[in-house]
Structure formats: structure tokens, C-alpha cells
Design a protein around this ligand. Structure first.
Ligand SMILES: [Zn+2]
Ligand SMILES: [Zn+2]
Length: 123
């Protein structure tokens, strides 16, 4: 007999996914911290055990699943420089996103036939 609700099952799946992601991130973070000096690659701020949580691992190719053993895809950045790094890329990619949104509008516009429908009613 099972008293498990579907939402409990979903919660568990989500929790498992989070745990797997956390473990994976912890794995490469620890490896990167062992491999590189605790210094931000952008602003050269130095870190100690006390503030180490503000030092993050950036993936140079932005693929968090690409973690070669030689650490060539990792760069240690403080949380501020890491934020900058990503917002810079989001900014430069904004044009593409806008074009994609336009395309989507044209193909999935729910009002595309509205003009024709209104015309049809009037005549
Ligand atoms: Zn920094
Ligand atoms: Zn990053």
C-alpha cells in the first residue's frame, strides 16, 4: 500500500536532481580549488577559507558538464566578476534573442488571423 502523492514523488525527483547537481558542482569546485591558487582571475582578489564561498568556478566554454581533468575549462572568479562575465555574454547575445522572439511571434501569433476574421464579419 502506498500513501505517496504524485507531488511527493515529484518533490523527490527534484530533490534527487538537485543533489546530483550539487555533488557534481562540489566535485569540480573542489578539484578546481586544489588545482588553482585562490585568486579571482579578473580582479585578482585573494581568498582564504573564511571567504572562500565567494570564489566560484567559471566554465570558460559555459558548459558546466564539460570538466576535463586538466582543469582547462575552469577559471576561478569571485562572485562579482563571475556575474559580470555572464551578464556581458547575455548582453552580447541579446540581439539574437530578440530575433528569435520575433520569429516566434510570426509563426505562433494567436492574432495572425484576427484581421481576416474581423473583415469576414464585417462583409
Ligand atoms: Zn573578481
Ligand atoms: Zn560562469
Amino acid at each position: 500500500m502506498s500513501t505517496e502523492k504524485p507531488s511527493d514523488k515529484l518533490d523527490r525527483i527534484v530533490a534527487q536532481a538537485h543533489r546530483a547537481r550539487d555533488e557534481r558542482e562540489k566535485g569540480y569546485r573542489e578539484r578546481a580549488l586544489k588545482m588553482y591558487p585562490w585568486i579571482c582571475g579578473r580582479c585578482s582578489r585573494e581568498f582564504t577559507r573564511e571567504n572562500l564561498q565567494e570564489l566560484t568556478v567559471h566554465h570558460r566554454n559555459h558548459d558546466h558538464d564539460f570538466n576535463p581533468a586538466d582543469g582547462s575549462n575552469w577559471e576561478l572568479l569571485c562572485i562579482y566578476c563571475h556575474d559580470n562575465e555572464h551578464s556581458r555574454l547575455i548582453d552580447s547575445g541579446y540581439g539574437e534573442t530578440a530575433i528569435d522572439a520575433q520569429k516566434t511571434d510570426v509563426t505562433h501569433n494567436p492574432f495572425a488571423n484576427l484581421g481576416a476574421m474581423l473583415k469576414g464579419k464585417k462583409s
